[in-house]
Design a protein around this ligand. Structure first.
Ligand code: CP
Length: 308
């Protein structure tokens, strides 16, 4: 795989060997965590986080990752209201200016395609930290790293994706990475109004991945190695009534979790609303808080890769 300058889509990661190397690097970051800031491989380098949509995990883990690697951080946590975007500055101009201060920029934006457009004008690496209902590639890298750590294998997985497959950008980014492994079967479980968009279904077909679509989890979750639950993305709905109609269609509780295979895991990019009941948290299958922590290590590995 060619050295990446920008990280916009998981379709750029078309080599499972590269992914394995990134996972090993993330594993080293985790193992040597306490010493990393002392050796400071990114000392003197600066990450700018431009977030035009709210975030807890992605922004904090990017900023923690950079600081643990010895680098510095410039942060616009509410760029929609508190950057010069409010005065009408274009993303292109913002990137041109910020790239004069920072060595790498992580951008989250409410419009799909913004990160890709930003990369076109940027002399420094752009990382897509979520673009509308488009993609969230670093979340998907953290997700694959989590599956590898939790289960120990990636080929032959049965993965059930549940909830908002229409707007769920983590799902859109996860699919190309799952397609890198043989024998993967994907169950797409959603209400009809939140089905996976056609371009992603066509992608799975092109890659020869077996997938099934259903509105019901019955008889499916019992077979899963991974149940990946998503939040219905309220912020993408034009009408509250449309959101209300689907918001609580799937709720995983302790009883559902206990129907799963003993070694299976339950994932969620978080934040959750009602889709995973708190009584699941104590179940050993609940991997979502470990998944959130893994985001730190994979982002450390990615920053080191992009800036070395
Ligand atoms: N998983 C995720 O993107 O979380 P945040 O929105 O809190 O960054």
């Amino acid at each position: 795989m060619e050295k990446l300058k920008h990280v916009i889509s998981t379709r750029q990661f078309d080599d499972s060997e590269f992914l394995l190397g990134l996972f090993e690097s993330a594993n080293r970051m985790e193992r040597d965590d306490v010493f990393r800031a002392l050796t400071g491989p990114l000392r003197g380098r600066i990450l700018a986080t431009l977030f035009f949509e709210p975030s807890t995990r992605t922004r904090f883990s990017f900023e923690a990752a950079m600081q643990k690697l010895g680098g510095g951080v410039l942060s616009a946590e509410d760029a929609r209201d508190n950057s010069s975007a409010t005065k009408g500055e274009s993303i292109s101009d913002t990137i041109r200016v910020v790239s004069g201060y920072a060595d790498v920029i992580a951008i989250r934006h409410y419009e799909e395609g913004t990160a890709e457009a930003a990369a076109k004008n940027s002399p420094v690496p752009i990382i897509n930290a979520g673009d509308g209902a488009g993609e969230h590639p670093t979340q998907a890298l953290a997700d694959m790293y989590t599956i590898k750590k939790e289960l120990g294998w990636l080929s032959g997985l049965r993965v059930v994706l549940v909830g908002d497959l229409l707007y769920g950008r983590t799902i859109h980014s996860l699919l190309p990475l799952l397609c890198l492994y043989t024998g993967v079967t994907i169950d797409l479980i959603s209400p009809l109004s939140l089905r996976l968009p056609p371009q992603y279904r066509e992608y799975l077909t092109k890659k020869g991945i077996t997938f099934n679509e259903s509105e019901s989890l019955e008889g499916v979750i019992e077979q899963a190695d991974v149940a990946y639950i998503t939040r219905v993305q309220r912020e993408r709905f034009a009408l509250q009534a449309d959101y209300d109609a689907v918001k609580d269609v799937y709720v995983i509780n302790a009883e559902t979790a206990n129907r799963m295979k003993p070694q299976a895991i339950i994932m969620h990019a978080l934040p959750r609303v009602n889709e995973i009941a708190p009584d699941v948290d104590a179940n050993a299958r609940a991997a979502y808080f470990r998944q959130a922590k893994n985001g730190l290590y994979i982002r450390m590995a990615l920053l080191q890769y992009l800036l070395s």
